[in-house]
Design a protein around this ligand. Structure first.
Ligand code: SIN
Length: 288
């Protein structure tokens, strides 16, 4: 098996070709994939018609998998390692709980004390057009700040909230939000973090952050807004246009991402995600 690597954008991302994830993979091939993961942040594997078990097995090579206790309503009924990202209605005809997952800039599970190392999202079914996902490179975003701004934010902690969906629907939205917020109290995370494997600094914010620890929302907002706007400038972003049987892995330790919702919601968009556990990080703060 010889793999090839093709960059997807200037900011981040690479496609890996010459690999069939349903087949056994040697340590040396996996080593090349892992190095590419650290270098490019997002890896795309097209045409991977794999089973759920194969998806889970490949994901485990990156580390221990989360069982998604922080989002119990969105778990696959038979596979706790799989998180549903779908607008396919439930068997009883009620709307899927996960149909608005990821519709703001975020990094997975930043509102827990075990934020995700990586996520592997597999695409099963797509609308006719759209349903894209954006990724933004937080290392580039940090590096391009002025020295003065780097000094200003060096010791700040942003408070990450669960239940911050931009879209909350009357039927299932508020009950789900309360459930998720009960399980996940607000967590303070450093605004600047160091990637444990590359040693590079990255910005750590996103739209789940409303204030800095020790400051009010009003005081925090101008700086949070500036940093989020800066971090998601088009030159730091890759836009992924999905195809069925894509498997995409991203490094949550140095990226933000957002599902765009740019599709006709009467059509089905069905993806499933494994989440690789990261190192413990952050501390609980009182709500408010
Ligand atoms: C996610 O945030 O895990 C979902 C992203 C997507 O649906 O594109």
């Amino acid at each position: 098996m010889t793999i090839a690597i093709r960059r997807l954008s200037n900011a981040l991302g690479a496609e890996i070709t010459g690999i069939d994830l349903s087949q056994p993979m040697s340590e040396s091939i996996f080593g090349n994939i892992h190095n590419a993961f650290l270098q490019y942040g997002v890896l795309l594997f097209r045409d991977q018609n794999i089973t759920r078990e194969q998806h889970i097995d490949f994901s485990r090579r990156f580390g221990e998998l989360d069982d998604h206790t922080s989002l119990p309503l969105d778990r696959h009924p038979d596979y706790p390692e799989l998180l549903m990202v779908t607008n396919r209605p439930n068997a009883d005809g009620t709307p899927s709980e996960s149909r608005y997952t990821g519709r703001s800039w975020h990094t997975d599970f930043s509102y827990t004390t075990h934020p995700a190392l990586g996520s592997l999202l597999r695409c099963w079914q797509l609308p006719e057009v759209g349903g894209d996902t954006l990724f933004a490179n937080m290392t580039l975003a940090y590096d391009s700040l002025s020295d003065g701004m780097k000094k200003l934010i060096a010791d700040l902690h942003g408070i990450h909230l669960s239940g911050t969906r931009k879209i909350n629907v009357a039927d299932a939205g508020s009950a789900r939000r309360e459930e998720v917020m009960k399980i996940n109290p607000p967590i303070a995370q450093p605004v600047v973090r160091v990637h444990p494997e590359t040693g590079r600094k990255a910005l750590y914010l996103g739209e789940k952050v409303r204030r800095f620890d020790g400051m009010t929302e009003e005081e925090s907002k101008p700086l949070i807004d500036f940093l989020n706007r800066h971090a998601t400038r088009p030159e730091f972003v890759y836009r992924h246009q999905w195809r069925e049987n894509d498997l995409l892995i991203w490094d949550n330790r140095c990226l933000l991402h957002q599902a765009l919702g740019d599709f006709d919601e009467t059509q089905i968009r069905h993806l499933e995600r494994t989440t690789v556990k990261g190192s413990p990080s952050g501390y609980v703060v009182a709500a408010g």
